[in-house]
Structures are given as C-alpha cells and as structure tokens.
Write a protein that binds this ligand. Structure first.
Ligand code: HEC
Length: 185
C-alpha cells in the first residue's frame, strides 16, 4: 500500500487515472526509455569527441606546415646567405667530400640516377639548392616529415634516411663532391 501512496504523491494526475499494474508498466517503459537515451547520448558524445579531435589537430597543423616549410630551402640553419658556392669547382673540398661520402653515404646512394637504398645522386645539385642539401643531410628527420618530395621518396625507398651526424664542413664538402658528380669543373 505504501508504494501506491508514494506513486500518487509523485505523479498525482497520472495516478488518479491509472491502477497499480498499469502504473508499474509505465514506470518500466520510462526507465527503459531513459536508460537507452542515456546510452545513445553517451555513445554519441564519445564518438563525436574522438572524431572531432584528430580533425581539429590536422586542420590546425596543416596551415602552419604549409606556410613555415620552404621546399627550396628546407628546414635548418643553412640558407642563400650563409652557403657560398662558386661557379667553378673547389677540387680540394670535393675530394674531402668524396672521402666522407664513401664512409657515410655510398652504402645507400649511387653516383648514377639509379636508386640503391636511397635515390641516386646524379642531378641532385640541379634539382636541389646547396642549402637545401646541407639542411637535409645534417638533420634529415624534420624535413622528411614536411617535404612532399622526400615523402614521395620515402614511399619508394621504404627507409628513412638516418642522421649521419655530419658536421657543417663535411656537409659542405659533400655538396662540392655532388657538384663534381654533376659535371661542375
Ligand atoms: C641507410 C641508407 C642511407 C644512408 C646511409 C644515407 N642515405 Fe641519403 N637517403 C636515403 C633515403 C632512403 C633517402 C630518400 C628519403 C627518405 O626516404 O628518407 C635519401 C635521400 C637523400 C637525399 C635527397 C636526394 C634527392 O634526390 O632529393 C640526399 C641529398 C641524401 N640522401 C644525401 C645523403 C648523404 C650526404 C649521406 C651520407 C652523409 C646519406 N644520404 C646517407 C638513405 C640513406
């Protein structure tokens, strides 16, 4: 009897018209409805937040990447001002570059256009600026992440070029050796 009294005090208008069993049925239906609404919204919310998070992250990253990455210069400290290249070859530097390349690079790179592990070096000084090459070979990782052409190469080569811990002078000498390989005299 106490149950009936409680129900009628909670919902007097409904209870006035309904008997005890009908009331119970309605309560069960309401409980179900409320429960499934909760599940649906809980699931829905969760889904929309996980969906939204990566979309926001990529749309926030893209504009900064596009504006900050210069495909002609690459990323790093080298630029048009601090890398000087003569029209003629510096044979001493090229010879030093060939030596260090023999130790650190030629296991993956041929001097022809043919790919070994990485792309062949023939023509690289015509495709790329000397400062792009120096930025890349002294610190490949950030550029592989951003440069569209390096990403295309990565897809072909399936290997990320490792950081070979070159000092600036070694990098500059290797550029001179690459120029020699491309026919600069
Ligand atoms: C373990 C193999 C490996 C070694 C060692 C290596 N590279 Fe690479 N290199 C690659 C791969 C692979 C790529 C293509 C980009 C990528 O997937 O990271 C590449 C790309 C390059 C490119 C860009 C070529 C282009 O046509 O745009 C240059 C320049 C380069 N490497 C120079 C060097 C130099 C200089 C050294 C030595 C100091 C060196 N690499 C050592 C694997 C290597």
């Amino acid at each position: 009897m106490t149950g009936v009294i409680n129900e009628s005090s909670m919902m007097p208008q409904l209870c006035a018209k309904l008997n005890h069993t009908k009331m119970r049925n309605i309560k069960i239906i309401l409980a179900f409805a409320a429960f499934s609404f909760f599940i649906a919204c809980g699931g829905g919310n969760k889904k929309s937040t996980t969906d939204a998070a990566p979309a926001e992250a990529t749309s926030a990253e893209k504009p900064t990447d596009v504006t900050s990455y210069d495909p002609k210069r690459g990323e790093g400290k080298f630029n048009e001002q601090n890398v000087m290249v003569d029209a003629t070859l510096n044979a001493t530097m090229a010879a030093a570059g060939e030596k260090i390349a023999g130790v650190k690079c030629t296991s993956c790179h041929k001097m022809t256009e043919e790919r070994l592990v990485g792309p062949g070096w023939k023509g690289v000084t015509q495709r790329k600026t000397p400062y792009w090459i120096m930025n890349f070979i002294t610190n490949p990782d950030p550029m592989i992440d951003k440069d569209p052409e390096l990403q295309a190469q990565l897809e072909l080569c399936l290997v990320r070029m490792p950081n070979q811990s070159l000092v600036d002078e070694e990098a500059r000498n290797i550029v001179e050796f690459m120029r020699k390989n491309d026919g600069v005299k």
